[in-house]
Design a protein around this ligand. Structure first.
Ligand code: CO
Length: 134
C-alpha cells in the first residue's frame, strides 16, 4: 500500500480568478483543467508540476469545507494527496493500524479519481488524501 508518489497538493484559495494567474507565473505553465466537484462543494483548477499536480480549491458554498477552512486558517495548503494502487486495501490497513479515517470508503474526486481523506489528528495536523486512478 506504499504510496507511489504525491498525486497533488491541494491549496485553498478565496478566488480562482485571482489565484490562477498567480500560479501560472509561479509554475510557468497554464492551468489545464477547471472542474466542479459537487460532493465537496468546490471548484478546482489543476496545474502540472512533473507528475505531481497543484490543485487550487475555491469553495462554491459558504458552508463548504474550503470556505470553513479559509475562515478558520486563511488561504494556504489544505491537503496532500498520495497516489495508491489499491485504495480499499490502504484504508483497511491504516485503520487497522489505528489511524483515524474521515472516509472509510473511496468516493468520487476530481479527474475521475477515487479518493478518501484521513483525519488530520492522525497525521500531525496534515490532512492527507489517498487517491486511486481508475
Ligand atoms: Co485533493
Amino acid at each position: 500500500m506504499t504510496p507511489t508518489h504525491i498525486e497533488h497538493i491541494g491549496i485553498a484559495v478565496a478566488s480562482l480568478e485571482e489565484a490562477i494567474p498567480r500560479f501560472r507565473l509561479l509554475l510557468g505553465t497554464d492551468c489545464y483543467a477547471v472542474e466542479d466537484v459537487a460532493d465537496q462543494k468546490v471548484r478546482t483548477a489543476f496545474f502540472k508540476v512533473g507528475q505531481t499536480k497543484i490543485e487550487l480549491l475555491e469553495s462554491t458554498a459558504p458552508d463548504g469545507p474550503i470556505a470553513k477552512f479559509i475562515e478558520k486558517r486563511g488561504e494556504g495548503v489544505h491537503h496532500i494527496a498520495f497516489a495508491v494502487t489499491d485504495l480499499d486495501d490502504a484504508l483497511a490497513r491504516l485503520e487497522g493500524q489505528g489511524l483515524q479515517l474521515i472516509d472509510r470508503k473511496g468516493r468520487a474526486g476530481a479527474e475521475g479519481l477515487r479518493i478518501a481523506f484521513l483525519h488530520p489528528k492522525s497525521c500531525h495536523g496534515v490532512l492527507a488524501e489517498l487517491c486511486e486512478h481508475p
